[in-house]
Write a protein of this length. Structure first.
Ligand SMILES: Cc1cc2nc3c(=O)[nH]c(=O)nc-3n(C[C@H](O)[C@H](O)[C@H](O)COP(=O)(O)O)c2cc1C
Length: 198
């Protein structure tokens, strides 16, 4: 399988990236894994012209948005992670996903028909980290808001979400907690399991 990791944390040794690495390290070695640090990309914001409908290339000058949209389109599974910023995903994550609209779903030229998700049957997982402790982190204006934004993205693609992780109270942690590592391993197993065993 081609498994694509999209990390939106600028802190490459922080808790979002650290938890995503736990998932990556628990995958069998036969998979082709690609890891993208979104903050290092050059992606212009979506212009909202919808010229990419139904499945054409974005009209903006070539940048990393075109490249990553292709990676999303052709990956067999996706792991997305963003720190919780103001109860949501980071700005660069949002910008990249807006640019990836037609890599997730096919939209008719008229825009009147229901979009067709392009990734039905494919698996995905979500990670976020935040400073608020549980149960505050589960409020919609905290980490749950970031999870919900990422879930909306994956739902547009029709992915089967096999797991999501909130690393809460991150400021007080020293390293990735054991329970988070265990959850990450479970997600790795589910991502690569044969459909019949789920
Ligand atoms: C701009 C900004 C906004 C933030 N907003 C929130 C928030 O709404 N709720 C929260 O619990 N933590 C918030 N935090 C704290 C981060 O979520 C926390 O530092 C987290 O560990 C970052 O993830 P990372 O370790 O992967 O970088 C914010 C941090 C920054 C820099």
């Amino acid at each position: 399988m081609n498994i694509l990791f999209l990390n939106a944390s600028p802190r490459l040794n922080g808790y979002t990236a650290g938890t995503m690495k736990c998932i990556k390290n628990a995958l069998d070695s036969e998979h082709i894994v690609q890891w993208i640090n979104i903050n290092n990309l050059n992606v212009k914001p979506c212009q909202g012209c919808l010229q990419c409908r139904p499945d054409k290339s974005c009209i903006l000058p070539q940048d990393d948005g075109h490249r990553i949209a292709k990676l999303i389109r052709y990956a067999d599974a996706l792991v997305i992670g963003s720190p919780t910023y103001f109860g949501n995903v980071t700005g660069p994550f949002r910008t990249l996903i807006d640019r990836s609209l037609t890599a997730l779903e096919e939209i008719s030229s008229s825009g009147l028909e229901m979009p067709r998700p392009l990734h039905i049957g494919q698996r995905a997982a979500i990670v976020t980290a935040c400073n608020s402790p549980s149960p505050l982190s589960e409020l919609p204006n905290q980490a749950a808001g970031a999870l919900s934004a990422m879930q909306t993205t994956l739902d547009a693609g029709g992915y089967d979400i096999v797991g999501s992780i909130i690393v809460d109270a991150a400021a007080g942690l020293v390293g990735i907690p054991q329970n988070i590592e265990n959850l990450a391993k479970q997600i790795a197993v589910a991502l690569q399991a044969s459909p019949a065993s789920l």
